[in-house]
Structure formats: C-alpha cells, structure tokens
Design a protein around this ligand. Structure first.
Ligand code: HEM
Length: 382
C-alpha cells in the first residue's frame, strides 16, 4: 500500500497532475498535519515552512543525507563558501553565450523535423550542455544521466511508494549511481579545470571526507541536469500555457528575466518537499513536534499561500517581492541559484531567437513522481 491518508495521497494521479488543491486543503487545517504513514508532519503554510527552515537547531537535515546537504551551520559554512566560489568561477558571459549557442542549435535541429518534444529535444540536452560546461568535459552520453535522474527521483519518492517496491527502487538507484560515479571519477581524475577540481582540492583542506566530497559532486551534477531539466520544463510549460507568454517575456527584455525565473520557480517548483528531522520538542503552528519526528516542509504549498503571495495561482512575471521557497530558504538555500538564473536566461534567449512562435500542440505529460515535479514530455510546434 502506498502511504496516504484522507488528506494526502501523494501517489494519486490527481496529486501528480496538480498538487495545489491538496495543498490548499492542508493549509486550511489547524496547523501542521500529522501524516502517520511516514511518522512525519506535513507543514503547508508559508509561515510554518519558514519557521522550520529558519530554525536549524530544532530542524536539522535528515540522517539519510550525505555531503553538503547533511551539514548544518556552523560546520557547513566554509564548505558552502567553497562551493559558491567554485560555481561563481565557472559562470561567465562566455558560459552563458555558449549555452545560448547550444540551445539555438538544438532548437534549429528540432524544428526542422516538424512538431517536437520540448523536453526530449531541447530542455534535456540543453541541461546536459550546462553540465558539460560546468565540469569542463565534452558533452557526455545523456543516457547515463537520464537513467540516474529517473532512479534518483524514484528513490526520493521511495518513502511514498508501495513498500514492496522500495527494495527494487533502491537497488536500481544504487546501480545507476555506480555508473554515474564511475563517469564523474574519470572526469575528476582528468583534472579538468572545472568545478570538480575546485571542490576536490578545497574540500580536503577543509577536512571534508572523500565520501562527503563525492556526494556533493554528484549532487551538484544532478542538480544541474535533473533539477535543471525539471525546473526549465515546468517553467516553459507554464509560460506556453499562458496566452502571449513568450511575447510577454520578450517585452520584459533580459533585465526582467531573472525576476520572471523566480516567478516560474515559485509557481511550479521542481523540489516540492524540504525534509528535516526535529531534534528537540518544539512548538510549531499550535502543535508540538516531538524530538525524532520527521518534518516535511511543502515548498509548493508555501509558494501558493495567499497569506504571503497576492494571486498565488497566477503567473505574474513581474512579481516584485518574491521570497519563494523554489530554491529553498535559510541555511540550505540553493547554492546554484545564480547558475539556475543563467540557464533560464540562456534558454529564454535561444527560444526567442530561434522559436518565437513556439506553441503547445498537445497536453504536456507529467513524470509519475510526487516529491519532485517534472514533465516527461511537452509537445510543441513553431
Ligand atoms: C535548476 C533548478 C534548481 C532548483 C529548483 C534547486 C533547488 C534547490 C533547493 C530547493 C534546495 C534546498 C534543499 C533543502 O533545503 O533541503 C537546493 C539546495 C542546493 N542546491 Fe539547488 N536547485 C537548482 C539548481 C542547482 C544547481 C544548478 C546547483 C549547482 C550547480 C545547485 C546546488 C545546490 C546545492 C549544493 C544545495 C545544497 C545546499 C546545502 O545543503 O547547504 N542547485 N537547491
């Protein structure tokens, strides 16, 4: 049996298609909702999610994580600095121009064949090109990445799948992790002047173990490819569903694109759940969270809380004050935020230059996953 109760059925087709009505019902409850099947609290309002993300003493990273995700302040601070400086060094106007070129090339090839799938033919290989640039190696075989992403997303979902499936899911994830590890280790051994060498050299000096350093590297690579693909797919589908969405983007001009990216990440964030473990009995939203209990801060729900955002169900590309949780918040806030913005800017530029008439020609298809949100396919034509 999949984990569910009367209010929350994350494996249902309805939830996967559109979780926001469920979140509305959860926010209407009197405080956090105890979700027995996972021994965890579901935290759904903006204020309560923020309280969880702010209090790293009471709500720490869950024990199953490794690498940077497992570290809390103050231990995490020098390592976060190292990752931030590595990412900053990797990003440059040339990086962005390279990505625009890669995106334009992909779109020219895709549109030449008539209607195409925006995820398969543009978003996915575009994010692979970003990985390649980030780690300074030639564009790798996308198949290995795709397999890893799918297995990883299923593993993250494994708390809410049928327990009978759990072992098979974990075994598949381990196999695909081993394949991607082999690839990344080969890149690292090559000493390419990208983020890998930066993390390897700097991590040792900070006393980061080799195991934690590798976990961080996998996470950075996975975020750029897997989370990047999900974020761009969700964002572009939201834009295309909006009458005149691409025209509006063009009218905003590049100066408005980072703000537009933030709004798309607020509206339909790929990372829906920020998991924490409670370290000491703590009051939250009128409930007592007990030491050892799980806490799932529902980022997608907080991002649609009308107490925080005016017209939360609307995409407002010019939204001014937008402190969304699409990139996390607080001590673990995403270190890849500037890279994410760069990737969106490059994708917008390539789309507006090469496919200004892009339009949906069918209903986009969701991946059958619950803790992340991503599209399997987005049928389009120019
Ligand atoms: C493309 C869209 C992306 C989205 C939507 C996203 C989202 C997030 C979220 C929600 C968190 C917080 C997790 C938590 O609090 O439990 C996070 C953390 C993180 N992200 Fe991203 N991310 C993206 C891209 C990237 C990229 C491109 C990189 C690096 C190249 C990256 C690196 C990281 C790292 C290292 C952390 C962990 C920070 C820590 O635990 O201290 N992310 N991201």
């Amino acid at each position: 049996m999949a984990a569910s109760d009367d209010l929350f059925d994350p494996r249902s087709a309805e939830f996967i298609a559109d979780p926001y009505p469920t979140y509305r019902r959860l926010r209407a409850q009197d405080g956090p909702h105890w979700f027995e099947p996972l021994d965890s609290w579901l935290v759904s309002t903006y204020a309560d999610c923020q309280a969880v993300l702010r209090d790293t003493a009471a709500f720490r990273s869950p024990p199953n994580l490794t690498g940077i995700q497992a570290l809390d302040p103050p231990q995490s601070l020098p390592y976060r600095s190292l990752i931030r400086s590595g990412l900053r060094a990797a990003q440059s106007p040339e990086f962005e121009a390279d990505l625009v070129r890669a995106g334009a090339q992909l779109l020219r090839a895709a549109r030449a064949g008539g209607p195409f799938d925006l995820v398969r033919d543009f978003v996915t290989p575009f994010c692979l090109a970003a990985v390649s640039r980030l780690v300074a190696v030639p564009v790798p075989d996308g198949g290995v990445f795709e397999e890893y992403t799918t297995a990883h997303q299923r593993a993250m979902d494994s708390q809410v799948v049928d327990p009978a499936e759990r072992e098979a899911v974990a075994a598949r994830a381990a196999r695909s992790r081993a394949r991607i590890a082999e690839l990344i280790d080969r890149w690292s051994a090559g000493g390419a002047p990208g983020i890998l060498t930066h993390l390897q050299q700097g991590g040792g000096a900070l006393g980061i173990t080799a195991k934690a350093e590798r976990a961080t590297v996998y996470f950075v690579v996975f975020s750029t490819y897997g989370t990047g693909t999900a974020a761009l797919g969700n964002g572009l589908a939201a834009l295309l569903r909006r009458p005149g969405g691409l025209k509006e983007l063009r009218a905003l001009g590049p100066a408005g694109w980072d703000r537009a990216t933030d709004e798309l990440l607020r509206y339909d964030p790929p990372v829906q759940v920020l998991a924490r473990t409670c370290t000491a009995d703590t009051e939250l939203g009128g409930r007592t969270i007990r030491q050892g209990q799980g806490v799932l801060a529902l980022a997608g729900s907080a991002n649609h809380d009308p107490e925080q955002f005016a017209d939360p169900e609307e995409v407002v590309l010019t939204r001014e004050h937008n402190p969304h949780f699409g990139l996390g918040w607080g001590a673990h806030v995403c270190l890849g935020a500037p890279l994410t913005q760069l990737m969106f800017r490059a994708a917008f530029r390539a789309l507006l230059d090469e496919a200004p008439g892009l339009a949906l020609v069918g209903e986009p298809v969701r991946r059958p996953i619950s803790t992340s949100r991503a599209f399997e396919a987005i049928p389009v034509d120019c």
